[in-house]
Design a protein around this ligand. Structure first.
Ligand SMILES: NC(=O)C1=CN([C@@H]2O[C@H](COP(=O)(O)OP(=O)(O)OC[C@H]3O[C@@H](n4cnc5c(N)ncnc54)[C@H](O)[C@@H]3O)[C@@H](O)[C@H]2O)C=CC1
Ligand SMILES: O=C(O)C(=O)COP(=O)(O)O
Length: 526
C-alpha cells in the first residue's frame, strides 16, 4: 500500500503507518495543484489536513485511491460527492482536536476582551499604554453559540464555569443535551438580539456559508464581540468589516479566513480584530491524536476492518459489525442472483428483512445487496462507498423495510427487483450463523447454495425434463455439482437450480430451452 501525506502530520501517525509491513509512506507537503495532480497517481491512500485541496480534478487524476484521511475535522477542502462516486472512502479524525479548538476559542475570547495581542505589541514596541487597553469581563455576559457539536459543547462547559450565560442554536441537538451542558437552546434571532459574544462552531456547508452577514449584524447588540474558530466564510468577511467600522461590532477574533492565508485582507488592518493563522487544532496533544486516529483508519481500510470515522459509508460499532458480517455476502449474492434473473431496465429494488435480523442495523446489508445488483453491470467499479450513489444515478429507487412476519426462518432477506418489464423476488437466509442459502424464488420454495456457476430453469414438472437437461449438459462437458427442484404441485409449474462446475455458454442454454422443453433457462454467475 502506498500512502501519500500532503500536509504536515505528527510523526506518531507516520510511525504507525510505517510499522505496518508492506506500507510505503511518502510525505510531500507544499505541492502545487499541478504537482498534486501528477503525484497522486499510484497512491491508495491520501492523508491531508486543511491545506490540501482535494478537488474533483484531483480525485479524477487519482488512479488507485481507496481512502482520503483527514487528520482533523473539517472536510470542506474535499469534494466528498466526487470521492463517493469513485468509491473512495473519506474519513476524518473527529474527536482528536475538540479540546484544542475549544481552548483556542476561549483563549481568543479572553485575548479579545483584554486586548492582549494589541497590548503585547504596544509594550514590545516600547510603549506603556495602560488606559488605551481597558478591557471587559466575561462574567455575567451572554455567549451565543451557533453549532452545538463537540467543540460548541466543550466551549459551553467552560463558559458556564466562567459565569457566562449560554444561548445555543443547532438544528440537530436536543434541548435536553443543551440543558445538561448548561445552555439554553434557542433561535439564531434570539442569539443575535441578546448575546454579548457570538461564536460559531458549525461546519462550512452551503447552509452555513455567510450565515452571519449584514442582516444578522443589524440584529445584534451594539458592542457585540464575534469569534470564528470554525471556518472562514461562515461569517461574511465584507459584512464583518462594515460592522466593525460602524462600531456595531466591538471586536472580532478570527482563526480562520475565507482565503487562507488572508493576504491583503482589510480585516488585518483593523485594530479591534485579533487573528491567528488557523491554529485551532495546533496543539501537540491534538496533532498526535488526529495523526494516530487517521493512521489507524487508513490501515483499517486496507485490512478490510471497519473505518469507524468514514463519512461516506454507514459506520457501526465492531460488535454490531460482527453480528451482521455473515449477511453481507448473502445479501450481495442475493442482489447478484436476482439481477441476473430479470430482463429490462431496473426501476426499483426492495429489500425486506424479517426475523432476528430486524433487531440489527441493516443499512450496510442493504448496500451489500445494491452492490451485488450493480456489480454485474460492466465497467462500473461498485463498492460499499458508491453503491447507493450509483443506484441513484441509474434512477433506481431503493426501498428498505423490516417485516414483523417471522415465518419458518430465523432470519430472512427478500430482494425484489422491479424492471420496466417484470418483477422477481429472491429470498435467502443464513443457517447456523454461517451457511448461506437461497430459500425462495418468486413463490417457489427451494434450497440452493448461492455460489459459483448456476443454471436456473423454469419448466413444467413432468418425467424426462431433468434427464434431458442432464444429457445436454453432459454432452457439452458441463459437470453438475448439485441440483434442487421446487414445484407448485405434482406435474405443476416448477423451478430447478443447478450448481455446475463449468461456465455455461449461451447456445447450451438455448439448446436446453428448445430440446428439454423449458420455458426459460438462465445462467447465473456469483
Ligand atoms: N480552527 C480549527 O483549527 C478547527 C476548526 N474546526 C471546525 O469546527 C467545526 C466544528 O467541529 P466539531 O464541533 O468537531 O464538529 P461537530 O460535527 O461535532 O459539530 C458541528 C455542529 O454544527 C451543527 N450544525 C450543522 N449545520 C448547522 C446549521 N446550519 N446551524 C447550526 N448548527 C449547525 C451540527 O448539528 C453539529 O452539532 C468543524 O466543522 C471544523 O470546520 C474544527 C477543529 C479545529
Ligand atoms: O480539524 C479541523 O477542522 C481544522 O480546521 C484543523 O485544521 P488543520 O488540520 O490544523 O489544518
Amino acid at each position: 500500500m502506498k500512502v501519500l501525506i500532503t500536509d504536515p502530520i505528527s510523526d506518531e501517525g507516520i510511525k504507525i503507518l510505517k510499522a505496518e509491513p508492506g506500507v510505503q509512506v511518502d510525505v510531500e507537503t507544499k505541492l502545487t495543484k499541478e504537482q498534486l495532480l501528477e503525484k497522486i497517481k499510484g497512491y491508495e491512500a491520501l492523508i491531508i489536513r486543511s491545506e490540501t485541496q482535494v478537488t474533483k480534478e484531483v480525485i479524477e487524476a487519482a488512479d488507485s485511491l481507496k481512502i482520503i484521511g483527514r487528520a482533523g475535522v473539517g472536510i470542506d477542502n474535499v469534494d466528498v460527492p466526487a470521492a463517493t462516486a469513485k468509491g473512495i472512502i473519506v474519513a476524518n479524525a473527529p474527536e482528536g482536536n475538540t479540546i484544542a479548538a475549544c481552548e483556542h476559542t476561549i483563549a481568543m475570547m479572553f485575548a479579545m476582551s483584554r486586548n492582549i495581542p494589541q497590548a503585547n505589541s504596544s509594550l514590545k514596541g516600547g510603549k506603556w499604554e495602560r488606559s488605551k487597553f481597558m478591557g471587559v469581563e466575561v462574567l455575567g455576559k451572554t455567549l451565543g453559540i451557533i453549532g452545538m457539536g463537540r467543540i460548541g459543547g466543550e466551549v459551553t462547559k467552560r463558559a458556564r464555569c466562567m459565569g457566562m450565560e449560554v444561548l445555543a442554536q443547532d438544528p440537530f441537538t436536543t434541548p435536553e443535551r443543551a440543558r445538561d451542558l448548561g445552555a439554553k437552546l434557542t433561535t439564531r434571532e434570539e442569539i443575535y438580539q441578546k448575546a454579548d459574544y457570538i461564536t460559531v462552531h458549525t461546519p462550512l456547508i452551503p447552509e452555513t456559508r455567510h450565515m452571519i452577514s449584514t442582516p444578522q449584524f443589524d440584529m445584534m447588540k451594539k458592542g457585540v464581540r464575534v469569534i470564528n474558530c470554525a471556518r472562514g466564510g461562515i461569517i461574511d468577511e465584507a459584512a464583518l468589516l462594515e460592522a466593525l467600522k460602524s462600531g456595531k461590532v466591538a471586536g472580532a477574533a478570527l482563526d480562520v479566513f475565507e482565503k487562507e492565508p488572508p493576504v491583503g485582507s482589510p480585516l488585518l488592518e483593523q485594530p479591534n480584530v485579533i487573528v491567528t493563522p488557523h491554529l485551532g487544532a495546533s496543539t501537540k496533544e491534538a496533532q498526535i491524536s488526529v495523526a494516530v486516529i487517521i493512521a489507524e483508519q487508513v490501515l483499517n481500510a486496507f485490512k478490510g476492518l471497519p473505518v469507524t470515522t468514514a463519512l461516506n459509508i454507514p459506520i457501526m460499532k465492531p460488535e454490531t459489525m460482527e453480528k451482521i458480517k455473515p449477511f453481507l455476502p448473502l445479501a450481495e449474492n442475493l442482489g447478484k442472483f436476482t439481477a441476473q434473473m430479470v430482463d429490462g431496465r431496473i426501476q426499483e429494488v426492495d429489500i425486506t428483512y424479517s426475523g432476528d435480523i430486524t433487531q440489527k442495523d441493516v443499512s450496510l446489508i442493504t448496500i451489500a445487496a445494491i452492490k451485488g445488483i450493480l456489480d454485474f453491470k460492466k465497467g462500473e467499479l461498485v463498492n460499499y462507498v458508491n453503491a447507493k450513489a450509483i443506484a441513484k444515478d441509474y434512477g433506481i429507487k431503493v426501498v428498505e423495510s423490516k417485516s414483523g412476519e417471522v415465518g419458518d426462518y430465523t432470519n430472512l432477506i427478500t430482494v425484489t427487483i422491479k424492471t420496466d418489464s417484470m418483477q422477481r423476488k429472491v429470498q435467502g437466509t443464513i443457517f447456523g450463523n454461517k451457511d448461506a442459502r437461497i430459500v425462495g424464488i418468486d413463490n417457489y420454495r427451494i434450497e440452493a447454495n448461492p455460489a459459483g456457476y448456476m443454471i436456473v430453469t423454469m419448466h413444467k414438472d413432468r418425467p424426462g425434463v431433468i434427464g434431458n437437461v442432464g444429457t445436454i449438459l453432459g454432452k457439452n462437458d458441463i459437470n453438475i455439482a448439485g441440483m434442487v427442484v421446487g414445484r407448485e404441485a405434482v406435474r405443476g409449474e416448477a423451478i430447478m437450480i443447478l450448481n455446475v462446475d463449468d461456465a455455461v455458454p449461451q447456445p447450451v442454454l438455448k439448446e436446453m430451452i428448445e430440446k428439454a422443453g423449458l420455458y426459460d433457462a438462465r445462467y447465473v454467475k456469483l
